[in-house]
Write a protein that binds this ligand. Structure first.
Ligand code: G6Q
Length: 555
């Protein structure tokens, strides 16, 4: 009996990731592939450009410019199987409590299931509940959009201000920007999230309170920033309209916490609910999307839900090898865990997607920025990539320098559309030419021989060399419309889930944001106390509190 045979074998599913044979095989394969340049991979396989691509519900994913080969994909798929990915996907769709640390089901997919489908959670038909809320939202939106809903003084609503933060802000803002071309230009949507009062002040400075509707979005209705801004909005409204009864015409709430909504003074008939099985960062297609529905109307909102659902169905049913979210996720695992590329730049060549990288930062990093497994043991490998980005072509005139010639490797996701949403179609061709050129330049670069052949003086040659071999994927779709946006967001949602499943982490909790919140309460009292407080923080925090108090004239 060998030593390894004598060692107790961990139960399947809890085996340390690094010790899995598939992980080890991937490591060995990565060592071999690292020596190969993307130029070599393309030269060796003329069909690479069409083979390393997959398509579903209108989204085409080209990953030929990733530094992998067919064997790498095969091994990654074996790893996914070994990590019971298929079973995890099924468990999510069945409504199991896969958010173990919060003991909750994870059912954002139920938010976009068509009417008539059935899904029971704790004996309740959640699809029926989802559609009941969607119908109330639609009726409300139609009234506001048609002018039937009047402000307290009888004016038509022209401004909508969404107050919320994190998951109650980033999705609605992103969707609002992304779908501006489909929005009712008679309704001006704004978003207030930061507890910094300048956010509220700037959002409301030119608004007429008699024509303004506030949507207070908070799953818990206890979030300090949102409540502070909602109170500011209440004062702002009452100052101008002078009557408590105005609140019912100018405030609605989106929450799971009816009693806190009532306590705040919002009529519960003006509240749109959702459920604890919807995580904040997965909630843009719940009632949290009320501002989106107000802007684009119920029909377009349903088109967006259909896009989400189409991707959900693909994710649930397609074999792993042709499953877009699975492939996208595995490419990310390959880059960060096997090639050591821990940064992902999301680069939409669509100005309307300007808030998409910010949205993804929360989705990906709050979900997978975790260091322990479900069992509370160190994961032992790197988890979430650092996600960042800006729309092209703006980024090209800024940080792309680092991506092309810097010392750090960055993986890129390019996102582009074939049809323009503006009338300036010639500019659209230029936009997409830029996107394709960037992917090509990153992959193939420019060798010293090529630079010299251009007659560049010897001293300048090293400065003008582009190493290339920098990986990117390109997502190309026909047009940025509500359906496609839904499919795109669902792609990233499920990709994030797949990565979490491989790393065996809880992608649906967010304990990491708690500590700062607790400390804030204590420090807020210390900053404002009339008498100089006794401070017992570290010496740096104590000194900063004292300095702040002094400069504020508090001591
Ligand atoms: C998201 C997080 C977090 C949350 C905000 C706002 O997944 O839980 O970003 O959305 O903290 O919370 P409320 O909606 O409860 O105000």
């Amino acid at each position: 009996m060998t030593r390894s045979e004598r060692r107790p074998r961990p139960a399947p599913g809890v085996r340390a990731l690094k010790s899995r044979p598939q992980w080890q095989a991937l490591k060995r394969h990565a060592r071999k592939l690292r020596a190969k340049h993307l130029r070599d991979l393309f030269e060796a396989d003329p069909a690479r450009g069409t083979q390393f691509a997959a398509e579903t519900v209108g989204l085409h994913l080209d990953y030929a410019k990733q530094r992998l080969d067919a064997r790498a994909i095969e091994l990654l798929l074996e790893l996914a199987q070994a990590c019971a990915l298929t079973e995890r996907i099924a468990a999510m769709f069945r409504g199991e409590r896969i958010n173990a640390t919060e003991n909750r089901a994870v059912l954002h997919v139920a938010l976009r299931m068509p009417k008539g489908k059935r899904l029971r959670v704790d004996g309740v038909d959640v699809i029926a509940e989802v559609h009941a809320v969607l119908e109330r939202m639609a009726a409300f939106c139609e009234r506001v959009r048609s002018g039937a809903w009047k402000g307290y003084r009888g004016d038509r609503i022209r401004h909508v201000v969404n107050i919320g933060i994190g998951g109650s802000d980033l999705g609605p803002v992103m969707a609002h920007e992304a779908l501006r071309a489909y929005g009712d230009r008679g309704i001006d949507c704004r978003f207030v999230s930061n507890v910094d009062g300048s956010d509220f002040a700037e959002a409301t400075r030119d608004l007429d309170p008699a024509r303004t509707l506030f949507i207070v979005c908070s799953k818990t209705f206890t979030t300090q920033e949102t409540l502070a801004n909602a109170q500011a909005a209440r004062r702002w409204c009452l100052n101008a309209l002078g009557d408590d009864r105005a609140i019912a015409r100018h405030f609605v709430a989106v929450s799971t916490n009816r009693s806190e909504v009532e306590k705040f003074g919002i009529d519960p008939t003006n509240m749109f609910g959702f459920w604890d099985w919807v995580g904040g960062r997965y909630s843009m297609d719940s009632a949290i999307g009320l501002s989106t529905m107000l802007a684009i109307g119920p029909q377009r909102f349903h088109e967006m839900l259909a896009g989400f659902h189409a991707m959900d169905e693909h994710f649930r049913k397609a074999p792993l090898a042709r499953n877009l979210p699975v492939l996208h996720a595995l490419i990310g695992i390959w880059n960060s865990n096997f090639l050591g590329i821990d940064s992902l730049a999301v680069l939409p060549y669509a100005h309307y997607l300007k808030r998409f990288p910010a949205y993804l930062q929360q989705l990906v990093m709050e979900s997978n920025g975790k260091r322990v497994t479900h069992a509370g043991k160190p994961v032992g490998v790197d988890t979430s990539p650092i996600v960042w980005g800006e729309p092209g072509t703006n980024g090209q005139h800024s940080f792309y320098q680092l991506i092309h010639q810097g010392t750090r490797a960055v993986a890129c996701d390019f996102i582009g559309f074939c049809e323009s949403t503006s009338a300036l179609t010639a500019q659209h061709d230029l936009l997409i030419a830029n996107m394709l050129a960037q992917g090509e330049a990153l992959a193939f670069g420019k060798s010293a021989a090529q630079v010299r052949a251009e007659g560049v003086p010897a001293a300048l040659v090293p400065h003008k060399v582009f190493e290339g071999n920098r990986p990117s994927s390109t997502i190309l779709a026909r047009r940025l419309d509500p359906f496609t946006l839904g499919a795109l967001v669902a792609l990233y949602e499920h990709s994030t889930f797949v990565q979490g499943a491989i790393w065996d982490i809880d992608s649906f909790d967010q304990w990491g944001v708690e500590l700062g919140k607790v400390l804030t309460r204590r420090i807020a009292d210390e900053l404002t106390a009339a008498k100089t407080p006794r401070l017992s923080h570290d010496s740096s925090t104590n000194a900063l509190i004292r300095r702040y108090r002094r400069l504020r004239g508090n001591s």
